[in-house]
Write a protein of this length. Structure first.
Length: 53
C-alpha cells in the first residue's frame, strides 16, 4: 500500500508541474513581469518535460 501512496503522490506532483508550466506559457508580459520573469524565461520553463524539475 505504501508503494501506491508514493506513486499517487508522484503523479500528483507531475500533474501540478505540468499545469503550472502551461499556465506560464499562457501569461502575458505584464503578469510575467510581476513574477520577475521574461517571456524567454517562461518559454524555457514552459517547454520543459513535466518530469524534469
Amino acid at each position: 500500500m505504501n508503494y501506491l501512496n508514493q506513486l499517487y503522490g508522484r503523479l500528483r506532483a507531475y500533474y501540478r508541474c505540468y499545469r503550472s508550466r502551461r499556465m506560464l506559457l499562457g501569461m502575458d508580459r505584464q503578469a510575467l513581469g510581476d513574477l520577475g520573469l521574461s517571456r524567454c524565461d517562461a518559454e524555457a520553463e514552459g517547454h520543459k518535460p513535466f518530469w524534469k524539475e
